[in-house]
Ligand binder design. Structure first.
Ligand code: NI
Length: 226
């Protein structure tokens, strides 16, 4: 919501000058560096929580993953005026809550950070216009770190590890020129991000759950061409 309001304000502030004065086109060899505020909003879905040795699935159980808003840096290299390669850098932090039949019993079960570098190949439709839309597709690698067991499951010695994720990422966005070098950027990505969370030494001993996080990542920011 905040990002939307900011977007409207920025568009209102920049729109008139952006449309009135033509600026320089993107050229092969340009570097575009953007700083964005992004919201990582999971479209999460999970398998059943399995507990014990051997693991037994708890009927109707699951987890949900909350969203996070973070600063993010991204760098794009323009191979040609139309084709660019983008890498995003940043990390987000998420709470994982029990859901379904174990929701009230377990409450929050995990707190974890995600480092999700994403590399996309982009096509810029009109690199010599003041409003420069693009689409992209590529690959995401997500490394989870600082994972902690929380809530009732957390007893001394309890541990949690979340598997790394490799998945496809798609994006759409637009750069809106402020002048020859600076621009405003709006960007949205969908990332296929899946993990398995493995608990050890908790109140219920071992536990495991497959989680599809699959976030939509909305961003707004400022960029500069070098
Ligand atoms: Ni998925």
């Amino acid at each position: 919501m905040k990002a939307t309001k900011l977007a409207i304000a920025l568009l209102a502030a920049t729109g008139i000058s952006a449309i009135a004065t033509p600026v320089m086109a993107y050229e092969a060899g340009d570097w575009l560096v953007r700083g964005r505020i992004v919201n990582v909003n999971p479209n999460d879905d999970s398998g059943l929580l399995s507990v014990g040795s051997p693991l037994a699935a708890l009927p109707g159980s699951g987890v949900t993953v909350d969203d996070d808003t973070i600063p993010e840096l991204d760098i794009t290299y323009m191979i040609t005026p139309n084709w660019g390669v983008e890498l995003i850098l940043g990390y987000s932090e998420h709470d994982v809550d029990a859901s379904g039949t174990v929701k009230s019993l377990l409450g929050q079960v995990i707190e974890a950070k995600a480092l999700p570098p994403t590399l996309t190949l982009q096509y810029h439709f009109s690199p010599n216009s003041n409003i420069r839309p693009y689409v992209g597709a590529g690959v995401n690698y997500t490394y989870f770190f600082d994972e902690e067991v929380t809530g009732i499951l957390d007893i001394p010695g309890a541990k949690i590890k979340m598997d790394d994720s490799w998945g496809l990422a798609v994006q759409a966005g637009v750069d809106i020129a402020l002048n020859d070098d600076w621009f405003v950027n709006l960007d949205v990505k969908y990332i296929d991000m899946d993990t398995t969370a493995k608990f050890k030494g908790t109140l219920v001993g071992r536990a495991e759950i497959d989680v599809d996080i699959d976030p939509v990542v909305w961003g707004i920011g400022i960029g500069r061409r070098f």
